[in-house]
Design a protein around this ligand. Sequence first.
Ligand code: UDP
Ligand code: MG
Length: 327
Amino acid sequence: MPPILYIIVPCYNEERVLPITAELFKDKINELIKKGKISNISKVLFVNDGSKDNTWKIICDLSKKDDCYQGISQSRNRGHQNAVLAGLMEAKDLCDITISVDCDGQDDINAMDDMVDAYLNGCEIVYGVRSKRETDTFFKRFTAEGFYKLLNWMGAEVVYNHADYRLISSRVLQEFANFKEVNIFLRGMIPLVGFKSTSVYYERHERIAGESHYPLSKMLALAFDGITSLSVKPIRMITGLGFFMAVLSFVGVLWSIFEYFSGTTVNGWASMTSLICFIGGVQLVCLGILGEYIGKIYLEAKARPRYIISDRTYEPKYKKGSGKYEC
Ligand code: UDP
Ligand code: MG
């Protein structure tokens, strides 16, 4: 029997684009069903991330109109990563494969054919990788590429130019469910699960409608979160810096003793002040980075829920293959 596919679509204030892309997702599912690659009870699962506009109403209407659509709603806005996670965890017992994709039509949905083919050929994870960034502004391209380089340099290994457009099998998701951390950075965590994986390449388009929710500030926050959630390299760098400073200070001490005995110790106010300022600054930065890790430990220790689902467009007890919601 062909695998049941769930397309997981996080949505936050997407009333302008959702009616357009929902059709496209459905067409893609029907096309794959016709080709015999996926089961005819495959679905599109929307995750409403606490939208303040009509997004949830649109999802409910879609699900009433067509069994192919389902939706869950988070009790409040928790951000893209938590929305995708909620969808994946919801789907892991209902289907054989999931493909997570943004709802704005930027990611070429035709890449799903290659993803499903790769799964049928034995891959459990298939990463959607952007082949080029021609549709991006120079600024977005520069910052986005810097983002991946910075992440890798800092020890958070991610697939270059891969965002959250990927196929994951339910087998991988069952294992991933054991990753209980609350600071989540999916594109860095999924590779940690292992299993056979591959990449497919696609071109990213402009948003069909609406506006991006990821300005530079959010992207920097995501990069910082990714690094501190996945790697302790910044702390190691602090240790390295500490050693370097210690050696430098030792040379400084030798130098001042030498100066003292040569009788020229009155000079040096400027160098002294700059040294104090410099070392003070470095120490504060280091304390900040350590604080960031302590903050993360604090959040992990609380172990609050990573998402709370307040509504569903279907009975939550629906189980894989029951055929209750045939497309
Ligand atoms: N999104 C979400 N919660 C948020 C912000 C965004 O679920 O708090 C969704 C959004 O609806 C979209 C996807 O995440 O489907 C990517 O967001 P966006 O297109 O704004 O980011 P960009 O593509 O510009 O990086
Ligand atoms: Mg987008």
